[in-house]
Ligand binder design. Structure first.
Ligand SMILES: NC(=O)c1ccc[n+]([C@@H]2O[C@H](COP(=O)([O-])OP(=O)(O)OC[C@H]3O[C@@H](n4cnc5c(N)ncnc54)[C@H](O)[C@@H]3O)[C@@H](O)[C@H]2O)c1
Ligand SMILES: N[C@H](CO)Cc1c[nH]c[nH+]1
Ligand SMILES: [Zn+2]
Length: 418
């Protein structure tokens, strides 16, 4: 991890914005568009360890995988699924139908699910079964009928979790070819929405898919920013940093601290813990590529770094309660915020309920994490009949239409004058 002073700190682009990665994703996406299903098998064998497995695991196969799961696996999965579902249901409740009377119309909105959703679940380095819970459950709570999970080389437990969460099928593909299949509807229902985390190729492909469908966000290589003062526990900081660094050589672990002696203690703890971490080969690369300690003199400077970084995860370990709250209130850009030394980010990954699919690469400037809302459409309506339409509304519409030169519009409005 390199150490930088506040004045010298500069942001760097995320791996999914790398030109070679974008070009690879584009080439694969266009090839899938041109050659269809045949290309999917080829890419699956080349990149996704497909072998001679079927491209699709259907509903019966998912159900059987769930039935064959050992008993000890059911408890943690069902309890975790329940927490994710409870949070998604509470979010759904918060978005209600609406209607008001305005100018002689009843106007309002109702809330409808999209018909088909594609949920990408990472499976390159690690089979992220928790991402199947996080992406499929909110889609199911929203009422989406066709839910397809797309994941490279899914094992029996992945198929079982997809079933538990409410998916209809699993497409055994990853990367750009998987995203292209979902967006173009090759071998699976064409998706209205594609969501879910993934590596640089997945994120680059989701950007291309935006021409076909809605996407949630860039939810790419994990980012963690820990803001800690000198009272924080360096062993906690180190284990939280390593927990995210082990995801991907592209992962970005950052420590922002007001205390140079603390920075040294945290770095020593990172080195100690890294030496005995089984996944150290990946974590080491992440720390070398993107790891950083930023030394600041004030909490205002820390706020500035966080808001420019817009990290996926922000962990705050500031001892003084008032200062901590003030700091949290000053943060504008962060995907998920974890406050207090016991609020380890890994609980958000698995167990606390809010979604772990969170914005990376600066997307936290424009949105928060995946939510039930990503699978819903707010459709507005106007209804006449209960009362006469306000004459001023008719005249206003006709006047605006005339200013636009749209005389047919003006006449259609004036027809209603009776
Ligand atoms: N932001 C979030 O919410 C969030 C949540 C969980 C995980 N993640 C991130 O998801 C990522 C998972 O990455 P992963 O790689 O383990 O799994 P993945 O499933 O995202 O990607 C693996 C696939 O990438 C494709 N691929 C790999 N190398 C390629 C190449 N050279 N050319 C073309 N395609 C290639 C292959 O199809 C492969 O199966 C990590 O970066 C992790 O940090 C992010
Ligand atoms: N930290 C990841 C989000 O960036 C989510 C995850 C899944 N499994 C473990 N961690
Ligand atoms: Zn994680």
């Amino acid at each position: 991890m390199k150490t930088t002073l506040f004045d010298q700190w500069r942001d760097t682009p995320s791996s999914d914005q790398d030109p070679e990665t974008i070009e690879t994703a584009q080439r694969i996406f266009e090839d899938v568009r041109t050659r269809g299903a045949a290309s999917l098998r080829e890419y699956g064998e080349k990149f996704d360890r497909l072998g001679d497995a079927a491209l699709i695991a259907d509903h019966d196969e998912l159900r059987d995988a769930w039935s064959n799961l050992p008993d000890e696996a059911r408890g943690p999965l069902q309890r975790s699924a329940e927490r994710v579902r409870a949070f998604a249901e509470a979010q759904r409740e918060a978005l209600q139908p609406l209607h008001i009377d305005l100018g002689g119309f009843r106007v309002g909105h109702h809330v409808l699910p999209v018909s088909a959703a594609g949920c990408y679940v990472p499976g390159g380095r690690y089979p992220l079964i928790s991402s199947a819970l996080m992406t499929v459950i909110p889609a199911a709570v929203a009422g989406v009928e066709e839910i397809t999970v797309c994941s490279p080389s899914p094992g029996a437990i992945m198929l079982a979790v997809a079933h538990l969460a409410g998916a209809k099928r699993v497409l055994r593909l990853g990367g750009a070819q998987g995203i292209a299949a979902l967006a173009l509807g090759i071998d699976v229902p064409r998706c209205d929405v594609i969501v879910g985390p993934g590596n640089r190729f997945v994120v680059a492909a989701k950007r291309i898919a935006q021409a076909q469908c809605r996407i949630d966000m860039a939810a790419g290589a994990t980012e963690l920013c820990v803001v800690a003062d000198e009272h924080a526990n360096p062993e906690y900081v180190a284990s939280d940093i390593l927990a995210q660094a082990e995801h991907d050589p592209d992962a970005r672990p950052v420590l922002v601290t007001l205390s140079e002696p603390f920075a040294k203690k945290a770095l020593a703890a990172v080195e100690r813990q890294l030496a005995i971490l089984p996944t150290r080969e990946i974590a080491e690369q992440s720390l070398a590529n993107r790891g950083e300690i930023v030394l600041v003199e004030t909490l205002e400077q820390a706020t500035e770094i966080v808001n420019r970084l817009a990290p996926e995860h922000l962990q705050v370990m500031i001892d003084d309660e008032e200062a901590c709250q003030q700091f949290v209130n000053s943060v504008r850009n962060a995907g998920g915020i974890f406050i207090g030394s016991e609020s380890a980010e890994v609980f958000g990954d698995y167990a606390s309920g809010p979604n772990h699919t969170l914005p990376t690469g600066g997307w936290a400037t424009r949105r928060g994490g995946l939510a039930v809302y990503d699978f819903l459409k707010v459709v507005t309506f106007q209804r006449s009949g209960d009362q006469p339409v306000d004459v001023r509304q008719i005249e206003d519409a006709a006047w605006l239409a005339e200013q636009e030169g749209l005389i047919g519009h003006a006449r259609a409005a004036r027809q209603r004058l009776g």
